[in-house]
Design a protein around this ligand. Structure first.
Ligand code: MSP
Length: 474
């Protein structure tokens, strides 16, 4: 049994959760449930990123004190995570007093690598990121993600001397000690690392009051990313407690837009603290809406609750784990969603369960003990272990389609009509074993569906046909 620590990016609380936010949660949940199936002990963190200008200015626009605004939205994210049936173990808010105090201790530990200097350059509030002159020139001074001109800042900042750690970070990325997935992002990060200057880790209080105060300098507040990244270890109790049981993280799940912070800034902080780097950074693509980035101005932001209401939670988990590719951008449209629901969940799986349960109940076949088929199979274990979730899902689905074919070919109804009882028993029993096996493979993705299949088939006793299908057709 191993100890596994899974981390998810903590969303800003400047708005409601949208369908894109579900990706970190669903991927990490599939991995957490998979590792538990293997018998490992899993800790799994989720939380909210509450400081910084972006949250502060939206609170002001909403005429609410920032603490109240952040608390309201943080609750919405917690409700969202619960609604998605995410099997997390720890929740953090970056406004938690314990987190704030621990961040200040982290700062103190980093002081040998910190220096003060004047920053004269560009900043994007949407990204909460300092922008280099090269990036400014390449984008003509407008953030491609937020469609807003960069601000010019001239201010005193504290800097983290990233040059102290560059060689070590490069080496660990290159030799895979800190793996970056997918592979093509690894080279991207190595190139970026070469160009990365020392990182500013504070803002003057007069520019940013909503943040963790810098110890020993009342005029400064910590840069939101220093505070946010630290959540992965403060939640484990660092620096008060020994975190070596669960640190380094087994896997950290982040969107492609924030991989740079996790592949460069975060390792620099960890090395500064003398801590090991995470074992794997899994960077997922973005969910597009009708082929475009979701944005309020385009009016194409999809409300996840609406998606859940349309066909239920399992359908939501299904679409976002299978049809949103794990590593590259993929599209959500209502048409594609309905199609996947009707053709795959309702037809391929729902019908299969209903047909087989009907045949078994008519012919008095009893269920099986699920423990009989615990062997998950090497192909599945490799795909899941390599974080290839959409491929693992395709693999499960090929088995489900195969089972549908097997029923059609073995024609149990004819065996029954012809009185071939012994053969009928063997055929149905074999199909039940295969279906329960498929349900086991599905468990990390669709836990409730697996539980229903176990309930119908995975018992010693007569199999009953469920009154309502698992996935009723529209
Ligand atoms: N607060 C930072 C993360 C700090 S982690 C120490 C942040 N927040 S965010 O709200 O902008 O994004 C949270 C997560 O959601 C990130 O992993 C981000 O990539 C992901 N997504 C945001 N929009 C997305 C899509 N449209 N599609 C998929 N994931 C997206 O960044």
């Amino acid at each position: 049994m191993s100890k596994v620590y899974i981390c998810t990016a903590i969303p800003y609380v400047n708005g409601n959760p949208h369908i894109g936010h579900a990706m970190d949660y669903l991927l990490s949940d599939a991995y957490a449930r998979f590792r538990r199936m293997l018998g490992d002990e899993v800790r799994f963190q989720v939380g909210t990123d509450e400081h910084g200008n972006k949250v502060y200015s939206t609170a002001q626009k909403n005429n609410l004190p920032v603490e109240e605004y952040a608390a309201q939205n943080s609750q919405k994210f917690q409700d969202f995570v619960q609604k998605l049936n995410i099997s997390y173990t720890d929740v953090i808010r970056t406004t938690d007093p314990e987190h704030v105090r621990r961040c200040q201790e982290i700062w103190q530990k980093l002081t040998p690598h910190i220096y003060a200097a004047e920053y004269d350059g560009w900043y994007c509030e949407g990204c909460e990121r300092f922008i280099t002159q090269k990036e400014y020139d390449e984008t003509n001074g407008v953030c491609p993600d937020h469609q807003k001109p960069y601000e010019r800042l001239t201010e005193k900042n504290y800097y983290l001397r990233i040059s102290d750690f560059k060689d070590e970070i490069r080496e660990q990325i290159e030799n895979g000690k800190m793996a970056i997935l997918p592979e093509f992002r690894k080279q991207e990060m190595l190139n970026l690392l070469e160009d990365t200057p020392d990182i500013s880790i504070s803002r003057p209080k007069k520019q940013l009051s909503w943040g963790v105060p810098v110890p020993g300098d009342e005029s400064q507040v910590m840069y939101v990313w220093l505070d946010a990244l630290s959540n992965y270890i403060t939640i484990l109790g660092y620096p008060d407690q020994d975190i070596s049981e669960f640190w380094p993280a087994t896997a950290q799940f982040v969107g492609k837009d924030i991989l740079r912070f996790h592949a460069i800034t975060w390792p620099a902080i960890l090395l500064g603290l003398g801590l090991p780097l995470p074992q794997t950074l899994v960077s997922h693509g973005h969910v597009l809406s009708n082929g475009q980035k979701m944005s309020k101005s385009l009016g194409n932001v999809v409300d996840p609750m609406e998606v859940v209401e349309r066909h239920g939670l399992e359908a939501f988990r299904y679409y976002f784990s299978r049809h949103i590719d794990t590593f590259v951008d993929s599209d959500f449209t209502w048409e594609k969603y309905d199609e996947a629901y009707n053709n795959e969940l309702a037809n391929d799986l729902g019908n299969l369960v209903q047909r087989l349960a009907t045949l078994c109940s008519k012919n008095e076949i009893s269920g099986i003990v699920t423990g009989d088929c615990k062997d998950l199979g090497p192909e599945y274990i490799t795909l899941m272990g390599n974080f290839e979730f959409s491929k693992a899902f395709d693999y499960i689905w090929s088995q489900i389609r195969e089972l549908n074919k097997e029923i059609d070919q073995s024609k149990p109804w004819e065996l029954a009509k012809n009185g071939e009882t012994a053969r009928l028993q063997t055929v149905l029993h074999d199909l039940v074993i295969k279906l329960v096996h498929a349900a086991q493979l599905l468990e990390p993705f669709l836990p409730d569906t697996s539980a229903s299949i176990y309930q119908i088939f995975g018992v010693d006793g007569a199999i009953q046909r469920p009154e309502t299908p698992l996935f009723p057709k529209d």
